[in-house]
Design a binder for this molecule. Structure first.
Ligand SMILES: NC(=O)c1ccc[n+]([C@@H]2O[C@H](COP(=O)([O-])OP(=O)(O)OC[C@H]3O[C@@H](n4cnc5c(N)ncnc54)[C@H](O)[C@@H]3O)[C@@H](O)[C@H]2O)c1
Length: 430
C-alpha cells in the first residue's frame, strides 16, 4: 500500500503558474483545514471537482456561417445532494473559473444548509454580440450537450452573469423536449408562469441586504444613515442598492461595465434602475456626476458592495477602500491578498459564500415548489428567506468569534464540516 502524497498534485488540465480563481479557492481551503478536526482527513475531496464536462457548442449564425463556442458544466461536490449552481455567459469564462464557482456553490449551499452540492456552468461568449435567435440556438445546444449530467435529481442550473429567466425557459424546454416530458425542476430562476418562484429575481439582493443589516447591528452601524457604493448594477447590485435605499441608506456611487457615477446626496435608485433597464448601463445617468472608474474604490462610503465579477478588490485598491463593511454580492470579488489588507485595516468583509446565498435559497424553494406543483405566496417566500439567512449568519458570526477568525474562514468551517461529515457518513463507493 503506497502512502498518500502530503499535498495533492494539481490535475494535468490546470497550469500551476496560472491557476486563476481556482487558486484563490484552494488557498481558502488551506486556511480552513486546521479547524476541521478529524474531518480534515477528507479535505482532499474538496480540492478537486467530482466531474468537469467541456463541450463544443456549434450554432448557425444569422449570416449563414457556423460558430463554435466553448461550454462547461462542473460538479464540484454532490455529497449533500444534487449539484446546484448558475450558468454564466461571458467572454472571459474559463474552466478554472467555473471550477472555482462550482466549489463556492458547494460551500454556499452547505453554509445555508440547503440539500445541494455545488455545480456551475458557463459558455465563453459575449452574448451582447449575438442576435436573440443566435442566443437561443446557443443556449439550446449547450443544454443538449450538458443534458447527460443535469436533471432535477442530478444537477440544477440557474441564472448567473448574463443569463436570465428567458434563458432558463429555453434550457427547461430543451431538456424537457429531450426527455419527452416537461421537467420544470431541471433549472431554477425560471419565469413565474413556467414554474418559477415569486421572489427569486430579488432573492440574492435581498439576502445581501439581510446579512448586511444583521452585521451592521453587530458593529453598531446605522443602516438608515449609511452611505453605500455598489459595483455592478444588474440583478444582485440593483436589488441590493434598491433595498438599502428603501431602508434609508444613501447610495452614493455605482459602477458597471460602462462607467462610474457618483452623487454625494445619494442617487435616486428607482430612476437609476429605469435608466439601466432602458439604456443597458448606469453611464449617462443625468442626475449624477461621472467619475473615473478607478476613483470608485476610494469613494467615501460606509458599505461597499461588489456585485459584478471576480477579483475586483485586489492588492492595488484594497488599501484605498474607505468603507467599514464590504458585502460580497459577487462571487469571488476579493483576492486573498486584499482580504488580508482589509482585515488589517479593520474592514469587516461579509463573504460571498454567505452574503449572496439568498439566490440559491429561493432557488431551493422554487425546486421544492416545482416537485409538489404547489406554489407559495411572495410574503411566505421572503419571510422564509430572511429567516434562513439570519439564522445562518448568526451561526457563522458565533463561529468567527469563538475561533477568532474572519467571517470567510468561519463560513468555510461551518460549510466544510457539513460537507465532509456527509462524505464520511456516506463512505467511499465502492
Ligand atoms: N443572480 C444571482 O442570483 C446571483 C446569485 C449569487 C451570486 N451572483 C453573483 O453576483 C454577480 C453579479 O451577478 P448578476 O446576476 O447580478 O449579473 P448581471 O448580469 O445581472 O449584472 C452584472 C453587473 O456587473 C456589471 N459589470 C460587468 N463587468 C463589469 C466590470 N468590468 N466592471 C464593473 N461592472 C461590471 C454589469 O454592467 C452589470 O451591472 C456575479 O458574480 C454572480 O456570480 C449572482
Amino acid at each position: 500500500m503506497s502512502a498518500a502524497p502530503a499535498s495533492h498534485p494539481l490535475p494535468s488540465y490546470l497550469q500551476a503558474n496560472n491557476l486563476g480563481p481556482w487558486g484563490v479557492y484552494l488557498q481558502q481551503v488551506d486556511r480552513v483545514t486546521p479547524y476541521l478536526g478529524n474531518l480534515s482527513r477528507w479535505v482532499e475531496t474538496l480540492k478537486r471537482p467530482k466531474r468537469a464536462l467541456i463541450v463544443d457548442v456549434p450554432i448557425h449564425l444569422d449570416n449563414g456561417t457556423v460558430a463554435h463556442f466553448e461550454g462547461y458544466r462542473v460538479q464540484h461536490n454532490v455529497s449533500r445532494g444534487p449539484g446546484k449552481g448558475g450558468v454564466r455567459f461571458h467572454q472571459d469564462v474559463t474552466l478554472s473559473e467555473v471550477m472555482a464557482l462550482s466549489a463556492w456553490m458547494s460551500i454556499k449551499n452547505a453554509a445555508v444548509n440547503v440539500p445541494y452540492g455545488g455545480a456551475k456552468g458557463g459558455i465563453r461568449v459575449d452574448p451582447k454580440t449575438l442576435s436573440r435567435g443566435e442566443l437561443e440556438r446557443m443556449t439550446r445546444r449547450y443544454t443538449s450537450e450538458i443534458g447527460i449530467i443535469i436533471g432535477p435529481n442530478k444537477d440544477i442550473p440557474a441564472p448567473d452573469v448574463n443569463t436570465d429567466e428567458q434563458i432558463m425557459a429555453w434550457m427547461m424546454d430543451t431538456y424537457s423536449m429531450n426527455q419527452g416530458s416537461t421537467a420544470t425542476g431541471v433549472v431554477t430562476g425560471k419565469p413565474v408562469d413556467l414554474g418559477g418562484s415569486l421572489g427569486r429575481r430579488e432573492a440574492t439582493g435581498r439576502g445581501v441586504f439581510t446579512v448586511g443589516a444583521e452585521a451592521a447591528k453587530h458593529i453598531g452601524m446605522d443602516i438608515s444613515t449609511a452611505r453605500v457604493a455598489v459595483q455592478g448594477f444588474g440583478n444582485v447590485g440593483g436589488i441590493a442598492g434598491k433595498l438599502f435605499a428603501e431602508a434609508g441608506a444613501r447610495v452614493v456611487a455605482v459602477q458597471d461595465h460602462a462607467g462610474t457615477i457618483f452623487r454625494e446626496a445619494g442617487l435616486d435608485v428607482p430612476s437609476l434602475l429605469r435608466h439601466v433597464a432602458h439604456t443597458g448601463s448606469v453611464a449617462g445617468f443625468a442626475q449624477a456626476e461621472a467619475i473615473a472608474n478607478d476613483l470608485f474604490w476610494e469613494v467615501d462610503c460606509d458599505i461597499l458592495i461588489p456585485a459584478a465579477l471576480e477579483q475586483q478588490i485586489n492588492g492595488s485598491n484594497a488599501g484605498r477602500i474607505k468603507a467599514r463593511m464590504v458585502i460580497e454580492g459577487a462571487n469571488g470579488p476579493t483576492t486573498p491578498e486584499a482580504d488580508d489588507i482589509l482585515h488589517d485595516r479593520n474592514v469587516l468583509v461579509l463573504p460571498d459564500v454567505i452574503a449572496n446565498a439568498g439566490g440559491v435559497t429561493v432557488s431551493y424553494f422554487e425546486w421544492v415548489q416545482d416537485f409538489s406543483s404547489f406554489f407559495w405566496d411572495e410574503a411566505e417566500i421572503n419571510a422564509r428567506l430572511v429567516r434562513i439567512m439570519r439564522e445562518a449568519f448568526a451561526g457563522i458570526w458565533q463561529v468567527a468569534q469563538d475561533n477568532k477568525v474572519s467571517l470567510r474562514t468561519a463560513t468555510f468551517i461551518v460549510a466544510c464540516k457539513r460537507i465532509l461529515h456527509t462524505r464520511e457518513l456516506r463512505g467511499l463507493y465502492p
